[in-house]
Design a protein around this ligand. Structure first.
Ligand SMILES: Nc1ncnc2c1ncn2[C@@H]1O[C@H](COP(=O)(O)OP(=O)(O)O)[C@@H](O)[C@H]1O
Ligand SMILES: [Mg+2]
Length: 283
């Protein structure tokens, strides 16, 4: 990460682009579009119905006295890639009747020392101003363990970013959602400030069957057997299933077939599995 002095021109350009990044969106998914095991869905529902039940819990049941500073709800969605964590963050916001403000680390990371913490602050402010749900997607980069070997200005900057993040989280009295594929990298200081952790796993056979069905449009002529597909391929995510179906459909169309043949779907899954295995050797 190069460190260099920032000219006014660069500063102006960057600030403009940062502000453009923090635009709240309408949530793209709802809970009924996500296939998850019952227990995971229930955990999400507990959070997603928070707004409906907050009066009862805090006022009628007196929790406002025992849990004075617990209006900040940190929610961490963690687990394997492609299992629906980003979708779930949208669905939670949707259920709460709020927009979602998505922050990706790449958006706020700056090559200028001291800019990244500023950008984080802006994200919090933007969420508050627009009353939207703050969502740090792929949050491991920002919540990872502190660098202890501070030999470079860059490391100091990384630790500054952590400190600012911790401070802002302490002050914030609203939902913050995080999603990560690497919870093992989270700093314990952040873990303590996040009260709800929901684990996402690869779909079991029953969920895979639902996913195969869900990602097969009713219009497409096919000879697929969802039971067979669910049994045949284990260790694949919802995202893999969605991708395999679309890849197979395009191949069938290119071959001018009358129907989506199951062998093309098998082949598409195999291709994905091969790339996953190759990538696993990398981690
Ligand atoms: N549980 C699921 N139910 C339905 N679709 C899913 C599920 N998991 C993944 N998908 C599909 O894969 C895509 C990527 O999922 P995403 O939520 O981004 O995964 P993650 O954030 O866990 O990496 C989704 O847009 C959707 O098409
Ligand atoms: Mg994601």
């Amino acid at each position: 990460m190069p460190i260099k002095a920032q000219s006014n021109e660069e500063s102006r350009v960057r600030n403009d682009s940062v502000e453009e990044i923090f635009i709240p969106e309408e949530p793209k998914w709802s809970l009924d579009e996500i296939i998850l095991p019952e227990d995971v869905k229930n955990q999400i529902l507990d959070v997603a119905t928070y707004a409906d039940n907050s009066h009862r819990v805090f006022e009628l049941w007196g929790f406002k006295k025992t849990h004075k500073f617990s209006r900040r709800i940190g929610i961490n969605l963690y687990g394997a890639p492609g299992t629906g964590k980003t979708m779930a963050a949208h669905a939670i916001a949707k259920n709460l009747g709020r927009k979602i403000l998505i922050v990706n680390y790449a958006d706020i990371e700056s090559k200028f020392v001291g800019e990244t913490p500023k950008n984080i602050r802006k994200a919090f402010e933007a969420a508050q101003k627009s009353n939207s749900i703050l969502f740090f997607d792929e949050a491991d980069a920002i919540l990872s363990k502190r660098v202890t070997n501070m030999t470079q200005a860059v490391d100091v900057s990384v630790n500054q970013t952590r400190s600012v993040m911790l401070m802002l989280m302490n002050e914030f009295q609203d939902f913050i959602i995080f999603a990560t594929n690497f919870i093992e990298n989270f700093d314990p200081a952040f873990m303590r400030r996040i009260s709800i952790h929901i684990k996402f796993t690869l779909p079991d056979e029953a969920c895979r069957k639902k996913l195969w069905r869900m990602y097969t449009p009713p219009e497409v002529p096919n000879n697929l057997d969802f039971d067979e597909l669910a049994k045949k391929f284990d260790g694949i995510s919802g995202s893999d299933i969605a991708n395999a179906m679309l890849n197979a459909a395009f191949k069938a169309a290119r071959l001018k077939l009358d129907e989506l043949d199951k062998n093309l779907v098998f082949e598409a899954v195999e291709n994905i599995l091969v790339s996953k295995r190759a990538n696993a050797g990398n981690s």
